[in-house]
Ligand binder design. Structure first.
Ligand SMILES: C[S@@+](CC[C@H](N)C(=O)[O-])C[C@H]1O[C@@H](n2cnc3c(N)ncnc32)[C@H](O)[C@@H]1O
Length: 189
């Protein structure tokens, strides 16, 4: 993570604390954890669903930039998109593709050759299971999937947790709002 990106993250964190986190950004420790995961796993392509103002995206892309990885991040809100563009623009990171679209429908536009090595799910909680099922063709074997808010919004993500635990190696981490940490097992069927 270079100093410019860290400075922007610190500025956004201050705004978040003053403004009551109106853009629902991840907590600081969740950001640090995502960054550590990127450092050890070194995903070449990271997909984020739910950009908001770009806070988590900067943690992911800022770390992936150190070794040539890139971030694709999807946001469906017209209001938040310019704020994310500003954060990414200020960072001068060139490894971010910001897509204004609604997931999972937009996955149909992905190139067939796309291979995603890490996915961070932080959008509409009821749709986690759809995001997972529709992204399967694009996930590499051993891809890391992190889903946020699985403790804070547990009432909406039960079906997702049941499925990822049944099909993969998956565990709940009691960090901030609750993260489900999954290592994806690719099957041929
Ligand atoms: C919790 S916020 C994301 C926060 C962001 N990850 C961060 O920490 O900075 C969720 C965001 O997902 C967006 N969103 C919700 N459902 C979506 C969908 N189906 N497709 C794309 N974006 C979605 C919302 O507009 C909102 O900005």
């Amino acid at each position: 993570m270079n100093q410019l990106v860290l400075n922007i993250l610190e500025k956004l964190e201050k705004l978040k604390q003053q403004g009551g986190n109106e853009y629902w950004n991840i907590e600081w420790d969740t950001g640090k954890f995502l960054s550590q995961l990127v450092t050890i796993h070194k995903p070449m392509v990271i997909l984020e669903i739910g950009t908001s103002t770009g806070f988590s995206g900067l943690w992911l892309a800022g770390t992936a930039d150190q070794y040539g990885g890139r971030l694709i991040t999807i946001e469906s809100s017209k209001k938040r998109l310019p704020l994310a563009k500003d954060s990414f623009g200020l960072s001068k990171l060139e490894n971010i593709e910001l897509i204004f679209a609604h997931a999972p429908e937009c996955f149909e536009q992905f190139d067939e050759s796309l291979v995603v090595d890490m996915m961070f799910i932080d959008a509409s909680k009821r749709d986690y299971i759809k995001f997972y099922n529709k992204m399967k063709p694009f996930l590499s074997d051993g891809a890391v999937i992190i889903a946020d808010n699985v403790i804070s919004h547990s009432e909406f993500v039960g079906d997702y947790l049941d499925l990822v635990r049944k099909e993969n190696d998956s565990v709940l981490l009691d960090i901030d709002q609750g993260l489900e940490f999954t290592i994806y097992k690719k099957t041929t069927n």
